[in-house]
Design a protein around this ligand. Structure first.
Ligand code: HEC
Length: 114
């Protein structure tokens, strides 16, 4: 009887350790660098008007979670919309950001991460 309890205790400890190992190896689940870059570009350039949480509407700009590459390129580089796109808000309050041309992929990644 004693032995069975002992074996059970060891078994529990080993399973516990294994689970602990999985939890602590968080590098496997860490946020990829492109998303982090998109997040910081967003924080530095967009949240004056858009909500820090891109799923929510901002003070001036609408919610932009899920924006496509085409939409971001049109808005950021030309101040336009992709052909046939229906804007969430009317107006032309948003400036262009030509210096962010190299960051559109990162922004897109950030804005499309579940
Ligand atoms: C000065 C305020 C301002 C800043 C800064 C700004 N936006 Fe906007 N944004 C707007 C406004 C206002 C609209 C609504 C259309 C308009 O008035 O131009 C808009 C619309 C958009 C849209 C289109 C939404 C839709 O589906 O209709 C996208 C995408 C967008 N912004 C992305 C961005 C990104 C990415 C940044 C940062 C690089 C940014 N915006 C920075 C004000 C801003």
């Amino acid at each position: 009887m004693f032995e069975r309890k002992f074996i059970l205790a060891i078994f529990t400890a080993v399973v516990g350790l294994a689970a602990g190992c999985r939890c602590s190896s968080s590098s496997l689940t860490a946020t990829p660098p492109l998303i982090l870059r998109g997040k910081s570009v967003y924080a530095g350039n967009c949240i004056a008007c858009h909500n820090p949480n891109p799923r929510l509407a901002g003070t001036v700009g609408p919610e932009i979670y899920g924006s496509s590459i085409e939409l971001l390129e049109a808005r950021l580089l030309k101040g336009t919309y992709p052909e046939g796109y229906k804007p969430k808000r009317p107006g032309a309050g948003m400036p262009v950001f030509p210096h962010l041309a190299g960051d559109i992929a990162a922004l897109h990644e950030f804005l499309n991460t579940p």
